[in-house]
Design a protein around this ligand. Structure first.
Ligand SMILES: [Zn+2]
Length: 450
């Protein structure tokens, strides 16, 4: 990692003499956090940590606002972002419905993500920033960290004076990993563009989640008790509680990073996959989640299948998202439960009714190939499955065509195995039928071991 101290060593208490390479391994660990991410960007797998390590980190102070500073060894100039408070969308005033409507109506695909200009946002104060595009493209992506503000923040929030330096160190690392977390989630960095219908700058809900996840990633690296990092110096309990208090006081998305870290580190994995596909379907999911903040820890649940993930929102409804095409999301948001995709590319889904369940199958485009109208369904075997409809058992094929009419005279029929299915008659006796519905073992048995 290239860390340029533009303050020329003015803040030895914050960032002292650590070798830059100290952070390299931690960045590597950060990358390996996410298996979804790894598989999504398999092409670049070996390079992601290298890519992240090439993003220069500039250490600055407030007085450098809008100054051009020459960077040693870099032969170029960088402009320190203006260090002023930029108010974000006020949490209370934000209208989620309006926001979703704007996503729906905005169909102009002209917005090339690469042309977007980044804007600097701060919370109560800006300690660091990840910039991915600016007016100065010699270094298209870079991180700035304000050392004087980190120092001031440590001083302000540390009761025992002798702990200030320790806390400043921990805070510096948190901010650095947080900004690197943004870089890690910046899928454009790897040549994968998310939907043009959102941007960090314009979308409050999106920003909310990205900040939470950036903190979740940072805390997992910094404290790391769930994913221990060999080289990482463990924080003292004093530093830990300082960091905890700091994060929890950040508010607006950021503070949710603590919950994310504590409970659902694995969700970071899913988030990074979702970011790739962010579009109107995701907007709807986020809308539902937004209304149920701060329960971010339950926002995403994942059922993975190669290039697919399923997400579950707080309303307990599922959606399926295709990875990594980013073109379309086979989104649906109506099923109460579903199972893994099978070898036919079908996924059994369930809708909960007032009295019982209805089952069907959706294909990988999210289309109901077998309508959700069956009282019971089993896995397909050789293209057919036992099904129950309106109280009667029969069998259907992959096209939902009837293979055995729904008039089998049985109280219970189990799924096919090796072309046979166990059946139970009204007297409670078991037999066996074949795939044509013919009874090949009469119902005279008390039980059938298949
Ligand atoms: Zn951030």
């Amino acid at each position: 990692m290239k860390i340029y101290d533009l303050t020329r060593g003015k803040y030895p208490n914050v960032y002292s003499s650590l070798d830059d390479s100290y952070y390299d391994e931690n960045v590597e660990q950060m990358v390996h956090f996410s298996t979804t991410f790894q598989s999504l960007f398999a092409k670049n797998r070996g390079n992601i940590d290298r890519v992240l390590n090439h993003i220069p980190v500039f250490l600055v102070e407030s007085s450098m606002s809008c100054e051009y500073v020459s960077v040693p060894r870099c032969q170029c100039l960088v402009q320190v972002p203006e260090d002023k408070y930029a108010s974000i969308v006020d949490n209370e005033d934000f209208d989620i419905n309006k926001w979703v409507a704007s996503k729906e109506s905005d169909i102009s695909p002209k917005d090339d993500p690469r042309e977007r200009t980044s804007r600097v946002f701060s919370i109560t104060d800006l300690l660091g920033v990840y910039i991915y595009k600016g007016n100065h493209d010699i270094i298209p992506r870079r991180i700035f960290i304000w050392l004087d503000k980190i120092m001031a923040c440590a001083e302000r929030n540390t009761k025992v004076k002798s702990n200030i330096n320790d806390n400043a160190h921990a805070l510096f690392d948190l901010v650095l990993y947080h900004e690197l977390g943004h870089a890690l989630m910046d899928v454009e960095l790897y040549g994968v563009h998310p939907s043009p219908k959102f941007s960090y700058a314009k979308d409050a809900p999106y920003r909310f989640y990205e900040e939470a996840f950036a903190n979740g990633i940072a805390l997992s690296i910094l404290i790391g008790d769930k994913h221990p990092i060999a080289s990482q110096k463990p924080l003292t309990s004093q530093q830990q509680s300082f960091i905890e208090n700091f994060v929890k006081s950040q508010g607006w998305g950021y503070s949710d990073g603590w919950e994310l870290y504590m409970r659902h580190v694995d969700n970071i994995d899913q988030w990074m996959g979702i970011k790739v596909l962010y579009n109107f379907e995701i907007v709807l999911l986020l809308k539902a989640m937004w209304k149920h903040r701060p329960f971010i820890e339950k926002v995403f649940k994942c059922v993975g299948h190669d290039g697919w993930i399923a997400v579950k929102d707080r309303c307990d409804k599922w959606g399926i998202i295709e990875l990594p095409s980013q073109k379309t999301v086979a989104g649906f948001n109506k099923y109460d439960y579903f199972w893994s995709f099978d070898e036919n590319g079908l996924c059994m889904v369930r809708e909960d009714q007032k009295h019982g369940y209805l089952y069907g199958y959706v294909n990988e485009q999210g289309v109901e190939q077998i309508p959700v109208e069956y009282d019971d369904l089993y896995s397909f075997e050789n293209g057919i499955t036992i099904a129950k409809k309106d109280g009667w058992y029969g069998a259907i094929d992959l096209e939902n065509k009837i293979v055995i009419p729904f008039n089998l005279p049985y109280d219970d029929v189990r799924g096919f195995r090796n072309g046979r299915a166990a059946v139970k008659n009204s007297a409670g006796k078991w037999g066996v039928i074949d795939t044509s519905g013919k009874e090949i073992v009469p119902c005279t048995n008390d039980s059938i071991v298949s």
